[in-house]
Design a protein around this ligand. Structure first.
Ligand SMILES: Cc1cc2nc3c(=O)[nH]c(=O)nc-3n(C[C@H](O)[C@H](O)[C@H](O)COP(=O)(O)OP(=O)(O)OC[C@H]3O[C@@H](n4cnc5c(N)ncnc54)[C@H](O)[C@@H]3O)c2cc1C
Length: 388
């Protein structure tokens, strides 16, 4: 595909995404936030339009487009004040499925996901006692004949109550037998509908944002050997591939959030009159908005750069981390700026700022906290000593 053809496809997709988002205005998201409920209709609309399956190859019924196109979709959703967190996992899990899934797994699941018949919206990595130290997770998957038996607990597995499939990282070698810190972990593709009938329990976690996040308990859950994704004991390496795409995609959402905050702030500063003049006439109000705009533009370019490297099959750990870092900083700074621009009204729920402020704060912590991004850059990019 030429660059012009790709640009035209992206233009058409973004027009369609825009039209969908307009049907789900801020009032829709405000109500969901109050009720702590899932944006089912919004996700259905995105699924029906095919936008959530753009990374699935044509032969399985998807659009066969690349991560760059996916970043543009997520950015546009957030720019419109909507929230793609309800649905983005289907995009960032795709790298692992396409790269490590067997032909049988791809043929079994991808056409159904592409058609919107089933969802792959959950990725269970984090555990309460391991935190960011993924290599120390203790949920086990022990091989027994043609099955694996899973025991343990995951925390913060988002959307587990709104998906049919999940990716799960579990330990297939005991810690005393591992050859390196990252050895002995494996990735599984689990049918949650079946798993909940025997050995898997999901509980929602009450959080400061409406994120449908959960904890999951595994009590002798039996899955088939065929549910293993890729090679046994190589799950950590396989997960890393998804982590880069996850960082890039979430950075795109941050850029979209940032643009939304800037638009809100400009609009308010152009209309709110205090001391007989528009507050936007004061440089004390203008400059933070300009600063946010500059930060967002810079972050946006790093997101596209990282996505292009990913799409070209180049190593992109540094670029993915930089884009996530800069975009999360830009959106958080924009959120602060927007709240400040709105003064007291920024705190009124009907203005939507406080809700988006809470939502965008997440990206300083998840899917990876800022410290670990800086630590990645220090060690892997700059050659500083490893600190943990
Ligand atoms: C709403 C929400 C949704 C989430 N969704 C998912 C999901 O779908 N799937 C999933 O697997 N996980 C999910 N997570 C988990 C998320 O990825 C983790 O919360 C995040 O990686 C941080 O892990 P932790 O909370 O255990 O913090 P910890 O690892 O306990 O760290 C706590 C703090 O200490 C700092 N810290 C710890 N060690 C060091 C060090 N050596 N150097 C410097 N700083 C350090 C960290 O930066 C952090 O600020 C979600 C979390 C939230 C809040």
């Amino acid at each position: 595909m030429t660059l012009e053809e790709q640009n035209e496809i992206i233009r058409q997709i973004l027009t369609s995404v825009d039209a969908i988002c307009k049907k789900y205005p801020e009032s829709y998201w405000l109500k969901l936030d109050k009720d702590q409920s899932y944006p089912t209709e919004f996700v259905k609309a995105l699924t029906k339009s095919g936008h959530l399956s753009i990374l699935i190859p044509n032969k399985y019924g998807g659009a066969g487009l690349n991560l760059f196109c996916a970043t543009k979709i997520l950015e546009k959703i957030h720019e419109n004040g909507c929230n793609a967190a309800a649905a983005h996992a289907q995009m960032y899990t795709m790298g692992a499925i396409l790269q490590y899934g067997s032909n049988y797994q791809k043929e079994k699941w991808l056409p159904k996901i592409a058609k919107g018949e089933i969802r792959l919206q959950a990725f269970g990595v984090t555990e309460p006692d391991a935190g960011t130290d993924t290599s120390s997770i203790s949920t086990t998957a022990i091989k027994k004949g043609s099955k694996y038996i899973i025991n343990g607990k995951k925390i913060w597995t988002s959307r587990a109550m709104h998906t049919d499939l999940m990716l799960l990282l579990a330990r297939t070698k005991s810690k005393k037998n591992i050859l390196s810190k990252t050895d002995g972990l494996s990735l599984f593709l689990i049918d949650i509908r079946e798993a909940q009938k025997q050995g898997m329990t999901i509980r929602s976690i009450d959080t400061m944002i409406n994120h449908a996040t959960t904890e999951i308990f595994f009590d002798n859950l039996e899955i088939e050997n065929g549910d293993l994704l890729g090679k046994e004991n190589e799950g950590f390496k396989q997960v890393l591939n998804s982590l880069n795409s996850e960082r890039i995609l979430i950075a795109a959402e941050c850029v979209g959030d940032s643009k939304w905050f800037i638009k809100k702030a400009v609009n308010y500063a152009n209309n709110r009159v205090v001391f007989g003049k528009k507050i936007g006439e004061n440089q004390g109000v203008q400059f933070p908005i300009s600063r946010s705009f500059a930060e967002t533009e810079a972050a946006r370019l790093t997101v596209y750069n990282a996505a292009n490297k990913y799409d070209n099959g180049e190593s992109c750990g540094t670029e993915a981390n930089i884009s996530k870092f800069l975009a999360a900083e830009a959106s958080w700074n924009a959120a602060n700026m927007c709240l400040q621009t709105h003064g007291g009204f920024g705190f009124a729920r009907e203005y939507h700022i406080e809700r988006k402020f809470r939502e965008t704060r997440l990206y300083q912590v998840a899917p990876i906290s800022t410290n670990f991004i800086l630590s990645y850059i220090a060690e892997h990019t700059l050659g500083l000593p490893r600190s943990f």
